[in-house]
Design a protein around this ligand. Structure first.
Ligand SMILES: NC(=O)c1ccc[n+]([C@@H]2O[C@H](COP(=O)([O-])OP(=O)(O)OC[C@H]3O[C@@H](n4cnc5c(N)ncnc54)[C@H](O)[C@@H]3O)[C@@H](O)[C@H]2O)c1
Length: 250
């Protein structure tokens, strides 16, 4: 699938990440279809995209988005509980819970439903992409990448595009350019068996282990570690206090 041919974005899972991913693509002019498991979930997705803390209305209020553009974007986000509605999507981005077996099962199920040329992308926080792709057909594996966003997606620019030994250059290029089209800054990462966390979460994890060791050895208090990292590196948050990350409480 070439970048120029991508018109419709499918999203699996309309939670914290899936709603934000759908939102940024809608603002960039793509048709978006988000699938979650029941009516309650998709209503919550719609509310988050339109009214949420990082939603489209607030972007208008903060002067980030023109009113007319916002109306068009809201209209571009469609929601469904049916996987079959995603059949004609050009790329499907998965943002369901961080459970490897669940991701493998869902990708295996949707593979036969979605058109053969569509790209599959997982927003896993760190599972090996080739393992996430374990249950898709051999024909789909060249079209499988990781697209790891940071929370909240509408405001955080980082995007890791993770490629496996099977991923084609065209798929990598399309994922990268889709990221850039939605305002993201893309880092390419080679999928690496036996690891978790790609680039961002591996480095953050290593720093966090050091911070824990420094605290446990009584070298500095947790509060002083956080203070130093926030004021010395300009981090918005550090390890022990409000560190953001997974969850709606960001
Ligand atoms: N939240 C973060 O800070 C963050 C950052 C980067 C990556 N991620 C990754 O993104 C993924 C999603 O995380 P989240 O925080 O958005 O989780 P979340 O719990 O907010 O959302 C997950 C959504 O998936 C839905 N879901 C479950 N099974 C489904 C299925 N079979 N089909 C479609 N939808 C299904 C759930 O109903 C829920 O709405 C995880 O892999 C997570 O590790 C999260």
């Amino acid at each position: 699938m070439r970048f120029e041919d991508v018109k419709t974005i499918g999203v699996l899972g309309g939670g914290v990440m899936g709603g934000g991913i759908g939102q940024v693509f809608a603002i960039a002019g793509y048709d978006v279809l988000i699938r979650d498991i029941n009516d309650e979930a998709i209503q919550a997705t719609h509310n988050a995209v339109v009214e949420g803390k990082w939603g489209i209305k607030r972007a208008v209020e903060r002067g980030k988005l023109e009113f007319d553009h916002a109306l068009v974007a809201i209209d571009k986000v469609k929601l469904t509980t049916e996987v079959k509605d995603l059949a004609q999507c050009d790329i499907v981005i998965e943002a369901i819970p961080e459970k490897l077996e669940l991701k493998q099962q869902v990708w295996g199920e949707v593979d036969s439903v979605i058109k053969p040329e569509a790209i599959f992308a997982s927003n896993t926080s760190g599972f090996v992409i080739a393992e996430v792709a374990a249950n898709v057909s051999a024909a789909r594996k060249p079209l499988f990448v990781g697209m790891h966003y940071s929370n909240p997606v509408p405001t955080m620019k980082m995007l890791e595009v993770i490629y496996t030994p099977d991923t084609t250059e065209e798929t990598i290029d399309t994922a990268k350019r889709l990221g850039e089209k939605t305002g993201k800054v893309v880092s390419l990462v080679r999928d690496t068996p036996g690891t978790y966390g790609f680039l961002l979460n591996r480095i953050f994890g290593a720093a966090r282990r050091e911070a824990m060791a420094i605290a446990e050895q009584g070298i500095a208090t947790k509060e002083d570690i956080d203070k130093a990292m926030i004021t010395g590196r300009n981090w918005p948050s550090a390890f022990f206090g409000s560190r953001g990350g997974i969850g709606k409480e960001w």
